[in-house]
Design a protein around this ligand. Structure first.
Ligand SMILES: [Fe+2]
Length: 663
């Protein structure tokens, strides 16, 4: 009996139909292909090999090569289930003790002889002996991953969900069954009949378990809380430094002086203590069910206690008799109602653009063109892949249900589905990667990059170090593969990717503006900035806008997705009943609590802890390790900060940020 010379480990993917009954064979080849082993059949007696999600090991006897450069692997079509998704093959040469890793991460077609190199990380090159295989696979990917827009002006989405993008069973997204489970376990529906009796009654429908009372319920009527919603909650990137009073805002010194510590508006602006939000973009947005939303402008002031306080809210754009400037000194419930209508506009923008448009949809287009243009052997593919886990699936399946005609958005949000699409279309048309999608530039444009301006801006405090860590990680990784600009300029795959990022959606691209290099990467800096923006958006930006949804929407008075009736047109004193009548009814409240609770639950790994380790090249693994170390350090620092912060800001602790937009 021959001695065993090698151990071979084969890991089958954890996907539907990933396991195979086919016969699998391999050969090992030396560098120049002159020396090869005989055909090795991978088969363990009395064992069902290559089952989904499993690793099988084989002890084999073969010629011992000085070095295994690449593996040749193929399967036949035997058995009822012959399809196979192969993750990796690892080979240990017992004589030399050397271990070789062959990352496949592909579906293996019957009778095709795949050739994968040890570590399989390379730029495309004309001298690549397996160039044809690489090109053949990209041709197939281009058929599987095609872009189209739901309606003109919307970001591009995948035409048909490729099987590779589906959820694994342990992460099955079934919104209907999750909803039913939440309702049953909380036994909550018994509280949801009849009318609200008074404002305190709004807090009486929560349970101690899953549908607990959100923190927002404790402070929602306070002006200080209203200010902190701009800085520490889901819609964190709208506020701007005020250097000129917005021309449509009819606020005067007389109105403002008592609210800004006796300063004039000019003095407050000179001291960089005045800020504003202008929702002109929401003018004439269509609404569902006869409802309406405002297009408000609001002014805020940083007081001597370093708190951001609201100074004035004008609910419509055009100043006039029927469009007063509401002030905190107005009758209590009139001012509260103005804040509710402002927040209704704010959450319409949040859900449509900050969340759906700027993260879920924009990044879907990027994921599609990545799969179309970058081979699985490309280092940039390996860098990006963990950050699009389940993104196409969540957009196709879950958002398809929530944003469908008559779905949750139509029922529970004033804007409904069509209003949401209109906001996405308007704002995504303005979006630029080098400004809106590049955190330091976005903060600078809004006049809030300087940390002494706008204290308490927790999003900025935590997101900036994350951006810097990501940027360092990306650049340290890229220099391993691009040691000169020429290598970028001649990289056909990465240049094809750049072109499709900017190509109009109608022509099959993402139609993105502000891509560094505008469709051609000339330098490492351009490529690095683009990749940092993509990974930041998929991880940090999405986490910041997603996971506090239950905290906000889960108590509708704090952040009402829908409002009844019409906004106030004068300052006459309103009663508590008027506020109650404007808020969503009990069934809509329950529906919003349940949906936003589901959307706020994290089901995937934290940033840097990748579900699939595409990166196996040892020098790149070192870069990943350093990235993880930096994240761990930041996580400890943020946890320490949160011991003293008011309000606390857990949303960008790296332990809480998933790698991808999976929910
Ligand atoms: Fe999300």
């Amino acid at each position: 009996m021959a001695f065993t010379t090698h151990t071979v480990w084969v890991t089958t993917g954890d996907k539907k139909n990933a396991g195979t009954d086919a016969n699998v064979s391999v050969r090992f080849h030396s560098g120049d292909g002159s020396t090869s082993t005989d055909v090795i059949k991978l088969d363990n007696f009395f064992r069902n090999d290559f089952e989904r999600g499993r690793q099988d090991s084989f002890s084999v006897t073969a010629t011992v090569l000085d070095h295994i450069d690449h593996i040749e692997l193929w399967r036949d079509s035997a058995g009822v289930y012959d399809e196979w998704h192969l993750n990796t093959v690892e080979v240990l040469c017992r004589k030399s003790g050397r271990k070789y890793i062959f990352p496949f991460y592909r579906w293996i077609k019957a009778d095709y002889h795949y050739r994968i190199r040890h570590l399989d990380t390379s730029l495309p090159s004309d001298s690549d002996p397996f160039k044809d295989q690489r090109e053949m696979e990209l041709v197939e990917m281009k058929k599987l991953y095609e872009i189209e827009a739901q309606s003109p002006g919307m970001p591009g989405q995948v035409k048909c969900l490729p099987p590779d993008e589906n959820f694994s069973d342990d992460y099955k997204w079934d919104i209907q069954s999750k909803k039913i489970t939440l309702k049953l376990t909380s036994k909550i529906q018994e509280y949801f009949t009849g009318e609200w009796n008074n404002l305190d009654d709004l807090k009486n429908v929560y349970t101690k378990e899953s549908l607990f009372l959100p923190n927002s319920a404790l402070h929602w009527q306070e002006d200080e809380y209203f200010g902190s919603q701009r800085l520490t909650k889901v819609n964190h990137s709208v506020i701007r430094l005020c250097t000129v009073i917005p021309p449509n805002l009819a606020v005067t010194d007389d109105m403002a002086k008592p609210l800004i510590e006796g300063l004039t508006l000019q003095q407050a602006m000179d001291a960089k203590r005045l800020f504003f939000i202008d929702y002109k973009i929401l003018e004439d947005i269509p609404c569902s069910g006869g409802r309406m939303i405002c297009a408000p402008i609001a002014l805020f002031f940083v007081n001597k206690d370093q708190k951001l306080m609201p100074v004035a809210i004008q609910l419509k754009q055009k100043p006039g008799q029927d469009n007063p400037v509401f002030l905190p000194t107005d009758p209590e419930y009139t001012w509260l109602t103005a804040k509710l209508w402002f927040n209704n506009a704010d959450c319409s923008f949040h859900q449509s653009f900050t969340h759906l448009g700027a993260t879920h949809l924009m990044m879907e287009g990027v994921a599609v063109v990545t799969n179309r243009n970058l081979s699985r052997s490309h280092p940039v593919f390996k860098l990006l892949a963990p950050h699009s886990l389940y993104l196409l699936a969540i957009n196709t399946r879950a958002l398809g249900k929530l944003v469908s005609p008559g779905g949750w958005v139509d029922k529970a949000m004033s804007i409904g589905r069509l209003g949401m699409f209109e906001i996405v279309t308007r704002q995504c048309g303005n979006w630029r990667m080098d400004v809106d999608g590049t955190l330091p530039n976005d903060l600078e444009r809004r006049g809030v990059l300087d940390e002494t301006v706008l204290p308490g801006y927790h999003y900025r405090e935590d997101a900036l170090p994350l951006y810097n860590i990501l940027s360092k990680y990306v650049n340290n990784y890229l220099v391993l593969y691009y040691d000169s600009p020429k290598k970028i300029q001649t990289d056909k795959e990465v240049q094809g990717w750049a072109q499709e990022l900017v190509k109009p959606v109608s022509e099959g691209g993402c139609g993105m503006q502000g891509i560094p290099g505008n469709g051609t990467f000339e330098t490492l800096d351009q490529l690095g900035k683009c990749l940092t923006s993509v990974i930041f958006t998929c991880s940090v930006a999405h986490a910041a806008t997603n996971f506090a949804q239950y905290d906000q929407y889960g108590f509708p008075p704090a952040y009402p997705a829908a409002m009844n009736g019409r906004p106030p047109t004068d300052k006459s004193p309103l009663k508590e009943e008027c506020v109650l009548a404007a808020l969503p009814d009990k069934p809509t409240t329950l529906d919003t609590m349940i949906i936003t609770k589901i959307l706020s639950d994290k089901g995937t790994n934290s940033l840097g802890d990748f579900e699939i380790s595409y990166i196996v090249d040892p020098k790149a693994v070192e870069v990943v390790e350093e990235f993880r170390y930096e994240l761990k350090k930041l996580s400890l620092a943020i946890k320490e900060k949160n011991n003293h912060r008011n309000p606390t800001y857990p949303w960008l602790d790296p332990d809480e940020i998933p790698n991808a937009i999976s929910i």
